[in-house]
Design a protein around this ligand. Sequence first.
Ligand SMILES: CCCCCCCC/C=C\CCCCCCCC(=O)N[C@@H](CO)[C@H](O)/C=C/CCCCCCCCCCCCC
Ligand SMILES: [Ca+2]
Ligand SMILES: [Zn+2]
Length: 268
Amino acid sequence: MPSIFSYESAEVDWCENNFERSAIIAEYYNTVNGTTLFSLLLFTPLSVHSLVLEGACMGNIFCASGNSWDLLVTGIFSMYFHMTLSYVGQLLDELSILWALAVAYSFWYPKVYFPRFIKSRKHFFWLCGVTTVISTLMSFVKPAFNAYALNCIAFHMLYLTWCELKKCKDKRVHRMAAVMVLWWVLAISSWLSDRWLCGLWQAVSFPYLHSFWHVLIAMALLYFCPLVIYFDVSYEMPSFKPMLKYWPSDSWPVVVPYITLEGPHKQC
Ligand SMILES: CCCCCCCC/C=C\CCCCCCCC(=O)N[C@@H](CO)[C@H](O)/C=C/CCCCCCCCCCCCC
Ligand SMILES: [Ca+2]
Ligand SMILES: [Zn+2]
């Protein structure tokens, strides 16, 4: 019986041919291409500027940067998973996503959407914590199913974004949400296509759709995170006006979105 750390002991094997470009990296492009970009994109300008800016004034710098670290950890586990295709790699990849989502929900889920029986954010932390622990235990039952369950959470995030956009008049925010959805649609299409249409991609010698997923979901997150911060500032710091900006400037073809605050002098 193979060890849970053995190469190719995972329940899932992506379309890219194994050990084609390296004797020690099972899926070369999925490991190198996607993960490098994922970590870089999320961990640099976005976190440094937007998260610290918000955290500095709201006293939640730890949770803001904590989520950022979670995403980096997810990137590292994902790299380990594609390198080995091991059972442990698969679970680490999936569970780190689950916990990153749990942290994001715990700290940024708007209070107005709390279920009626939840009276405070502290109670909501507990709800998220208990749900995440139970989901973690259940994830060992059928690991191949976990990724589908995680993708369903993205639909809930899209729904929440839609609810928030209905209340928001800022055209720049609507435009950015549209771009985010576009990246996400491309990402999920690549993920599903790699899962379900592998024979077709193999036939045309292009089994690399999963590595595209990594890059595309990173792009979707790059746009999604400032949106979350924008809505959070609107709720939690009503005396400030969040402004959506792009680095280096609006007119560049490739830009990094971030949030600045306008309003009373910043004080913690
Ligand atoms: C202030 C910032 C708050 C931001 C909150 C965002 C929190 C997002 C947390 C985690 C998402 C990480 C998703 C990246 C996955 C990378 C690893 C990966 O690709 N793993 C695959 C195997 O290698 C695995 O099959 C993928 C499973 C599906 C995961 C789906 C996760 C849902 C992501 C939700 C992203 C929202 C984007 C915008 C859409 C509304
Ligand atoms: Ca493979
Ligand atoms: Zn992957």
